[in-house]
Design a binder for this molecule. Sequence first.
Ligand SMILES: C[S@@+](CC[C@H](N)C(=O)[O-])C[C@H]1O[C@@H](n2cnc3c(N)ncnc32)[C@H](O)[C@@H]1O
Length: 256
Amino acid sequence: QVLNRTNLVSQITFFLRASKTALSPGDDREKRLLDHVVSTTPAGDAFAVVQAIDDYAWSKEWFMNVGDQKGKILDEAVHNASKSTPGPLSVLELGTYCAYSAIRTIAHAPKGTHLYTLEVVEKTADIAERMIAHAGLQQQITVLRGPLEDLIHQDPLRSLPPFDVVFIDHNKRYYVSDLKLLMKAGKLREGSVVVGDNLLIPGVPEYIEYMNSPEGKEAFDTAFHDAKLEYTWAPTSWGFADQVGVSVFKGPTSMS
Ligand SMILES: C[S@@+](CC[C@H](N)C(=O)[O-])C[C@H]1O[C@@H](n2cnc3c(N)ncnc32)[C@H](O)[C@@H]1O
């Protein structure tokens, strides 16, 4: 069962009004999602939590999670990072929302991997922490409240070594500046994998431009993966085509 076209379009329109900030719409749908997950899945089963979130988002209400389709690109990026870095990974996520991608990433990452995820909306961070606790991943996922420009100067981020994987999925306005902040702070090392979501919808043209610029190409090898906007099944005819960027950091450059 999937949401019908009218329902889906109206729900996505509702979300895209807040597209520049990607802040939650404030209609308590995140709480309804949490209640659904807690009441339909056993505690401590991360894969069941991910599946329940996908089922709910496909059939009941639309959510701005990375989703099951683009999620596979993220899973593969994590998998590739773990091939070059045996053992547990260190992951940074910008944009927690309901912790779907955080839980999904840990479920697919090597044992012992730790993920730090940043969220600026307190109410959303509360929901995420409860979702993470239900999935039994409190030891592996740390929710940090605030923007990167503040938290980068505080522990734990300040004293952490470079991340193996960075997932950028927050306010579209800060994709490039936050990426540069991470490079400047030495939080990327040669081989770090940076994944950027929603490059076409809501759209982050300046991120695509940066990755295609001489500066971006000197610092990163980027592949742009065509994808469908989360929880939609007809991308081209309805204009719901999206793209996910997967960039491998080549190491500090003269410009970074
Ligand atoms: C698209 S959602 C993240 C979805 C999540 N990564 C997933 O796939 O499950 C974007 C989230 O970023 C948060 N956000 C917006 N601006 C932010 C910022 N500057 N730093 C961190 N989070 C931010 C929003 O409140 C929202 O919860």
